[in-house]
Design a protein. Structure first.
Lengths: 331, 350
């Protein structure tokens, strides 16, 4: 089961349904995703596409009373969906940890940042408090927090936004996890700070050999850090491939439309941006076929009948679309 | 429809700037704690000068705390300035010739949070018709105009006019906010992060709409955003702010192609590259922007600037503007300033 080239993360046919409201919301509808050891995969998509829900399922962060997870989430061969509560506590932080968009909400305001990191280390390891503090200090040095000794005793509100995000990264790395989940970690940051954090994540990932799943709506941020990109729409991965392939020759009509709608670079000033007409489907009543068909210029009647099967365009590039022969031209 | 054509005469002709801002200052005093410590002053906007020409889009960029939103609120008089003049088409705002109420008929604002800026208890058409009614338009006329505006912003009045804000998506709500800003036949629209909360494909729709409306109603925009790609796409000129001051202003393409201020250069190269074969290798700046409570002395950027020299921490560089409206506040661009890279003529610098 744990052969060296088996993927570290192997998500198979994951569905997540939220049952708290009037009608069930099908947020994730059959996601299959593999991430190798030391690989960075970005999940991109617009709000409501299911990217964050997928990510949070890996740590089982959804309230079990109001959500239903089906399928398998194999992390290093172990199915997270089946874990007992005890096993789940050992798994969180130790094997897999997560960084969030807003560190001020993710960190506890009444404890110093150092105490929070020490607590995380002691939760998983039998070492003394002073050893744990030394580890916390070296983590702070590693994420390049200036005057780290002093900052360990700071409360989250005493730090600037970029420094808080660095502190949260060191908290996530405290118990030496092998998989790091990042949910829009740079979205709330200023431009000059965002690029620092992206480059720091890339550097740590390389040095520690981490697998990373990086959720973002910012395609530019994904391009900076990811080896592969998976594009989500209405709870499904509609296309995935290496970052280069996806940026140069996207094949799913949604990916193509999304990339064309960006105002970037010196692009076409004064000309109109290409837009996608309509809006994403209601997740309480998904259509039986391709969820993008309603908005797709290439859609056929058959697109609306059943969900298209995965089409492998190359060994590492796939799309869920019946019309890939129409999208071979670069955008 | 005729009743939607610009309702105000150009006062000073096309050459007169629509908006001129002179030495605008806003400081916020901080409360002292119970021990009498703290206090201090946030220098949110600290002496800025700029102008907006008729029919152009001025983009305003900068990081959080640079004062761009405070500037927007000062322009609309949502907060009062400590000092400075705002001159709208040759007339001072708040003077007898141009009362605040009259000014606000001609200048409107669109905010980032499309939901918070609409009254949840009013239908969409009532929200749009509200301001014209305040200014004396009859209920019937104002509703008819609201429905016409909904059509113009791409929302079918049959379907949307009687909905409430919570029944709309974010993009639809922002269209309603734009329609509301147009209801008074304004000439100046201030867009404060108006597309920032929208998904990219929806953002593209709203940007297209803004370009169409600008053409149709001969509007002038002040477009505030942290998204440099969007600012570059929509702006004619761009103003870069840092800690309450303008560090550079200039024509959009020349500013993006040849930024002159070291901060502008760093900010522009912080944008992720979008090219997988050409990733960013080293971050252009270290650290976060300093706190605007106690901004650094001299040039406020000197603490993060790779080219800083002693003169930069001693004296504040002036915003040197040339006739064509290009300006930069950096000692490197001032003759004999004491900075070793300073040039003898300003033309010599790319």
């Amino acid at each position: 089961m744990n052969t060296p080239d088996a993927p570290f993360v192997d998500i198979r046919d994951l569905t997540v349904t939220f049952t708290g409201g009037k009608s069930p919301v099908k947020a994730v509808n059959g996601v299959t995703l593999a991430v190798k050891r030391g690989e960075v995969v970005a999940l991109i998509g617009e709000s409501g596409s299911g990217k964050s829900v997928t990510l949070r399922s890996i740590l089982r962060l959804h309230n079990p009373a109001r959500s239903k997870i089906e399928g398998q989430i194999l992390i290093n061969g172990q199915d997270v969906v089946q874990l007992s509560n005890d096993a789940l506590s050992r798994f969180r932080g130790k094997v897999t940890s997560m960084i969030f968009q807003e560190p001020l909400l993710a960190l506890d305001p009444v404890y110093t940042v150092g105490d929070q990191i020490i607590e995380a280390i002691l939760r998983h390891e039998k070492i003394s408090r002073s050893e744990a503090r030394a580890r916390a200090l070296s983590l702070f040095e590693r994420v390049r927090i200036p005057s780290p000794e002093r900052r360990l005793d700071a409360y989250p509100h005493e730090m600037s936004g970029g420094m808080r995000q660095r502190a949260m990264i060191s908290l996530a790395l405290a118990s030496e996890p092998q998989l790091l989940l990042a949910d829009e970690p740079t979205t709330a940051l200023d431009a000059t700070v965002q690029i620092q954090i992206l480059l720091l994540l890339r550097e740590l990932q390389r040095e520690l050999g981490l697998s990373v799943i990086f959720v973002t709506h910012d395609i530019g941020a994904a391009v900076e850090v990811a080896d592969r990109i998976a594009v989500m729409y209405a709870g499904r991965i509609v296309e995935q491939g290496t970052t280069r392939t996806l940026m140069r020759s996207p094949r799913h009509p949604y990916t193509r439309a999304l990339l064309k709608s960006l105002a970037h670079g010196a692009a076409k000033k004064g000309t109109r941006l290409e837009t996608i007409s309509g809006s994403p489907p209601d997740l309480t009543k998904l259509p039986p076929g391709c969820a993008f068909a309603e908005r797709c210029a290439l859609a056929l009647d058959s697109c609306k009948q059943t969900v298209p099967e995965l089409v492998w365009l190359t060994p590492d590039h796939s799309a869920r679309c019946l019309r890939t022969e129409q999208t071979a031209t670069p955008i | 429809m005729d009743n939607l054509s610009p309702g105000y005469e150009d006062v000073g002709g096309a050459a007169q700037p629509l908006l001129m801002v002179k030495n605008l200052i806003k400081h916020f005093a901080l409360k002292k704690d119970i021990l009498g410590k703290g206090g201090g002053v946030v220098r949110a906007v600290d002496g800025i000068d700029f102008m907006v020409r008729k029919g152009e889009t001025l983009g305003v960029v900068g990081e959080s705390g640079c004062g761009k939103s405070t500037t927007a609120r000062l322009l609309m008089n949502l907060i009062t300035a400590d000092h400075g003049d705002i001159i709208f088409d040759g007339q001072s705002v708040g003077s007898r010739n141009l009362t605040l109420k009259e000014f606000r008929r001609q200048a409107q604002m669109v905010f980032q949070d499309s939901y918070a800026s609409l009254n949840p208890r009013l239908t969409v058409e009532d929200s749009i018709a509200f301001a014209p009614q305040v200014h004396g338009v009859s209920k019937q006329d104002s509703i008819a105009r609201a429905r016409d505006l909904l059509q113009r912003v791409g929302l079918d009045p049959q379907r949307f006019a009687e909905r409430y804000p919570h029944e709309l998506s974010g993009g639809q709500r922002q269209r309603v906010n734009i329609a509301r800003a147009l209801a008074l036949q304004s000439r100046l629209i201030i867009l404060d992060e108006a597309v920032s909360a929208l998904d990219k494909s929806v953002e593209a729709q709203v940007l297209n709409l803004l370009l169409d409306l600008k053409e149709e109603f001969k509007l002038t925009y002040v477009f505030i955003s942290h998204d440099l790609n969007v600012v570059r796409y929509i702006s004619d000129r761009v103003m870069v702010m840092y800690l309450g001051q303008v560090v550079e202003i200039g024509e959009c393409e020349s500013l993006f192609n040849a930024p002159r201020h070291p901060y502008t250069r760093a900010l522009l190269s912080s944008v992720p590259s979008m090219d997988p074969d050409n990733r960013t290798e080293t971050p252009p700046l270290a650290g976060d922007p300093p706190n605007p409570i106690n901004p650094p002395s001299g040039c406020r950027f000197h603490t993060r600037c790779a080219q800083a020299q002693p003169v930069c921490s001693q004296k504040m560089p002036p915003l040197v503007s040339s006739i064509d409206g290009q300006g930069v506040a950096c000692w490197i661009h001032v003759e004999n300033s004491g900075h070793t890279q300073a040039v003898s003529t300003t033309e010599g610098v790319a």
